[in-house]
Design a binder for this molecule. Structure first.
Ligand SMILES: *[C@@H]1O[C@H](CO)[C@@H](O)[C@H](O)[C@H]1NC(C)=O
Ligand SMILES: *[C@@H]1O[C@H](CO)[C@@H](O)[C@H](O)[C@H]1NC(C)=O
Ligand SMILES: *[C@@H]1O[C@H](CO)[C@@H](O)[C@H](O)[C@H]1NC(C)=O
Length: 486
């Protein structure tokens, strides 16, 4: 089944429905021109269950047809229905001709033909008032109501197994989360929050998450950059006690908000960032697609994860689990190996036991790739650039497998399904980490620290000259994140 065929058939069915009845008036949406390319259509929700957009650039509609641009959207975001298209740069004088339709309480209605002309003052990001063009009778292109299509598509929507927090149900295959990062700053990123904290247990990475000079947006991508603490604050800073205060997003009781300077416990020598949808989007089961370019440089790791929203099975040792959508270490000697899948324990051998691996000829961090994880109620599929490279099956339950590996916290999972702990709400996180005591085995060449040594972080920092020169393409770039219902 391809989505295109399905959405076209779906659209025809909707058209049949709206041709039968124009039930209520459709308000005009807001149009904004985006930088560097494209535009955005926003319609305030009014109890709709469906929003369809059909548009042309510089070509008027004379009859109801699909147009150059079409989208059927079944999920709203924060009280708004949004369609974005970033494919074309719009110049002053260009006109977007469009019409929309919505479904409310099972009844559909279509707008008249509308248009929006880009004017000089709105050339950047502007709000203009759409002007109403001639109203054309939608009955002109009526398909007969008794068309076989309406018999085949008797329901508007098959209810999906996917659960989205705050929604009653979602339709199969629908886009439930979409982030294009077409923004200029963190402040306008409405579906994410940035962490401000010292990550600690269980991996004790060597970075702090401080989103000051570590996050930017370039050409519609999120960019997370590792910055040396000494460059940002001076070298003396490493020996300071620092309290993150009210901005801290970590747990106060776990030294995530306060760094106490003492002996080898230097301040994290690198600053990075991590953002999360925890406060805006949580879901269970679905397909996540992330187009990203992973960081290159020794001891850097990307965090493109699904993380547990409530830690129902516990806070420690990853007992509530998390899922890696894409993971490749930045060291030149390790960067050809991609991993994806669940992590259900902090320590080896079970930590990596369920991860799937794909080896490439090129380093994964050389280019952007499309990383996909399908999270089902009975397993997980991993894909990259449309090719499947692994399936994780819980068989009789992850707890069975974990128990055999001596993972004691697996006993917490027996109250859940065979997918436990991966049967609760999760959210998306994007970040960048440095080192830590669990992601690099001690036998990796030139490793400056030993995982069990108390001076791991200090030893890492002291050998800066051995790793910092490798950080010339060290940023994580994320072009988009899309989550679809199963
Ligand atoms: C975006 O617009 C272009 C034409 O400018 C069109 O070809 C493309 O299909 C549109 N994409 C979506 C997702 O509507
Ligand atoms: C479209 O057709 C229906 C049913 O024949 C009719 O009730 C309705 O008034 C027509 N709409 C317009 C705008 O003419
Ligand atoms: C990304 O990959 C998934 C599955 O591997 C595929 O269904 C999807 O069409 C791809 N997206 C793009 C934009 O290539």
């Amino acid at each position: 089944m391809t989505c295109d065929v399905r959405s076209t058939l779906f659209f025809l069915f909707v058209l049949i429905r709206i041709c039968l009845a124009q039930n209520f008036e459709v308000p005009e949406p807001k149009i904004e021109i985006l930088k560097p390319k494209g535009f955005k259509v926003t319609l305030k929700d009014d109890g709709y269950s469906f929003f369809g957009f059909r548009g042309n650039i510089n070509e008027e509609f004379h009859e109801v047809n699909e147009g150059q641009m079409k989208a059927d959207i079944v999920s709203k975001q924060g009280g708004y229905w949004v369609y974005k298209n970033r494919s074309k740069k719009l110049e002053v004088g260009d006109t977007i001709f469009y019409w929309i339709y919505v479904i409310k309480g099972g009844k559909g209605s279509m707008s008249p033909f509308l248009e929006y002309t880009v004017s000089a003052s709105e050339n950047e990001i502007g709000v203009g008032s759409p002007s109403v063009n001639s109203y054309t009778d939608p009955n002109q292109t009526t398909t007969t109501p008794e068309s076989p299509l309406s018999k085949r598509f008797g329901k508007l929507c098959e209810v999906s197994k996917t659960v989205v927090q705050g929604e009653n149900s979602v339709c199969e295959g629908s886009l439930i989360f979409n982030e294009d990062f077409d923004t200029t700053g963190l402040r306008s990123l409405s579906k994410w929050n940035a962490e401000i904290m010292f990550p600690t247990e269980p991996d004790f990475p060597f970075n702090a998450y401080i989103p000051d000079n570590t996050v930017s947006f370039e050409d519609g991508s999120l960019v997370i950059k590792p910055v040396l603490t000494e460059t940002q604050y001076g070298e003396d800073f490493l020996y300071n006690t620092v309290n993150l205060g009210v901005r801290c997003t970590g747990k106060i009781d776990r030294s995530e908000c306060r760094h106490e300077a003492s002996g080898a416990n230097v301040f994290p020598p690198v600053l990075t960032a991590k953002i999360s949808t925890r406060h805006h989007f949580n879901f269970k089961f679905g397909r996540i697609e992330v187009r990203a370019k992973l960081p290159a440089g020794s001891w850097l790791v990307p965090e493109i994860n699904l993380e547990p929203s409530d830690h129902t099975y516990g806070q420690d040792h990853y007992e509530s689990g998390f899922m890696r959508v894409a993971f490749a270490r930045g060291n030149p000697s390790l960067a050809k190996k991609l991993y994806g899948g669940p992590v259900l324990s902090d320590t080896e051998p079970f930590r990596s036991a369920l991860l799937k691996e794909k080896i490439s000829i090129e380093n994964w961090n050389k280019d952007f790739h499309n990383y996909t994880l399908v999270w089902r109620p009975d397993g997980i599929d991993l894909m990259v650039d449309g090719e499947q490279y692994g399936t994780v099956s819980p068989e009789l339950g992850f707890f069975e497998d974990a128990r055999k590996h001596g993972v004691t916290h697996s006993s917490h999972w027996v109250t859940g399904t065979i997918m436990a702990p991966l049967d609760k709400m999760f959210h998306v996180t994007l970040g960048l980490r440095v080192g830590g005591i669990n992601d690099f085995a001690d036998d990796v060449t030139d490793k400056p620290w030993a995982n069990r040594a108390s001076k791991a972080r200090l030893n890492f920092w002291r050998q800066k000259d051995s790793w910092y020169p490798s950080w010339y393409n060290s940023d994580l770039h994320v072009d988009y994140v899309r989550v679809y219902a199963l």
